[in-house]
Design a protein. Sequence first.
Length: 228
Amino acid sequence: MSRWILVVEDEPVLGELLVDNLQLESYHAELVRSGADALTRMEKGGIDLLLLDVMLPGCDGFTVLHRLRQRGDTTPVLILSARSADHDKIRGLELEADDYLTKPFNLRELLLRVDALLRRTNAPKPGADTLSFGGNSIDFRAMRATTWSGEDLELTATEVRLVKLMSAHAGTVVSRKIVVEHLFGSSAPLTVRTLDNVVLRLRKLFERNPAEPKHLHTVRGLGLRFDP
């Protein structure tokens, strides 16, 4: 089944070029030229991936992303931006973008990233909808959890992806590079502090003593290890 991709780009030539090339790759692609139109289209559902320009008239791309995540929309988002500064990339990642590509970009690289995002975020994972460990339980589809203390809470898309990744490799060390690329895309700097903040929050939620974690460990100089 073909995947549906929404292109949000206010430059007509670039927008149409992206749509044409996505269609040549057998994707269904739609084009909107403003942030407001993007939010309206996303409310209708059926979109598997969002290619989101930052510099949009009225409601910019960062605002669109923030509003989507605020209302619980976990659709993968690949930001396309002429802004190449680290603080812009980090802002996008903090808003839970899945990848960030700087303009001008190589079209083939864009298509490879689109393919990787769709495989990573949409591939079915039988038997991986829930997780129980240490008195905690997580429902990945509902993005909700019940902690060992009995607290019911909602998780962010980034938190869910991190726990799901680590549980799939339970007992082994997953390198920081792999974790960062899985959560934030291949263009993210390895020093991005967002990952450390996510780990700290998960420990506060699921560890009985966050200062001495029993489940989510940092292996200095290597990465993370999850022991259920």
